[in-house]
Design a protein around this ligand. Structure first.
Ligand SMILES: [Zn+2]
Length: 286
């Protein structure tokens, strides 16, 4: 089927008490792996690319690739711009065929974040394209973005931000970091619940890879509807290729290790999709 937007899948997830997995892809094998895992699970799925991935290839390349894969997929597939860092990139993504964008203005002063995000929404909304905003700063390093001091999302400001920007989903900062955690992760689940009470749009969790599965489930039960996964896919891909080179005499064919990497990524994605839907069971039991 054609690419779909993230609007309906996130709304269904919010109502159903589960989360949709959003997976960062960097090449064809990763894209194939994510869609194959989603099909095996019968789950809707979001594929997303960061600005640095878009410099590695282009918006058109990824839009063409994912559109072609989605065409033959048996589950809804959305293509999302992750951590869009400018108004121009967000607009170019929509023009290229992306069906969802994030404008990450969390590094800007509040009024500038609101203004930039609002301008992206003004372009996207008439085209039915959902926009994810971010308020508060998720710590750590992702892509070109290094945040040394994370700032937690304030519930009252979050409500104001959603109201004034018109975003259709919101990435929250509740103690998660991108990349590696230094020490025990401290996730403020009560804060997440307070944000959930004041904000009506679906909430997004960034920076999940270092978190225990139980914590991710708890966050989903407390109101997260989209969970981003990037590091797990890179780790699975790289380990499979490394193993192949360590054990194969004169490796030559990229398809040989590409296929192994694809299998490894698919297994990692299957595990994360199961984790996302497991949140619904936890909520039902609460
Ligand atoms: Zn992120």
């Amino acid at each position: 089927m054609p690419l779909v937007t993230t609007t309906e899948m996130l709304r269904d997830a919010k109502v159903g008490g589960y989360a949709v997995g959003a997976f960062n892809i960097e090449n064809m094998e990763m894209a194939q792996a994510v869609i194959a895992a989603a099909e095996a699970a019968g789950a809707p799925v979001i594929l997303q690319t960061t600005p640095s991935t878009l410099r590695y290839a282009t918006l058109d390349t990824f839009a063409g690739l994912v559109t072609a894969l989605a065409k033959n997929a048996t589950v809804p597939v959305a293509l999302h711009l992750d951590h869009g860092n400018s108004f121009d990139l967000a607009v170019q993504a929509v023009r290229a065929g992306y069906t969802s964008v994030m404008l990450d203005g969390s590094g800007l002063p509040l009024e500038e974040n609101i203004d930039t995000t609002r301008r992206v929404v003004d372009v996207c909304a008439p085209n039915g394209i959902p926009v994810e905003g971010e308020l508060g700063k998720v710590g750590g390093k992702e892509d070109d973005l290094v945040v040394n001091s994370a700032t937690f999302t304030d519930p009252a400001t979050a409500a104001e931000f959603v109201e004034r920007t018109g975003v259709t989903s919101l990435a929250v900062a509740i103690g998660t970091v991108h990349g590696e955690y230094h020490g025990e992760p401290q996730i403020d689940v009560p804060l997440l619940r307070r944000i959930r009470e004041t904000v009506t749009v679906p909430l997004v969790l960034h920076g999940s890879p270092g978190l225990p599965a139980a914590t991710i489930r708890e966050c989903i039960a407390a109101g997260i509807s989209k969970v981003n996964f990037a590091t797990e896919l890179r780790a699975a891909y790289t380990a499979a290729v490394s193993d192949y080179f360590a054990t194969t005499n004169k490796p030559l064919d990229p398809k040989a290790y590409g296929a192994l990497a694809r299998e490894a990524v698919q297994a990692a994605v299957a595990d994360r999709i199961a984790l996302c839907s497991a949140g619904a069971q936890l909520k039902a039991a609460m």
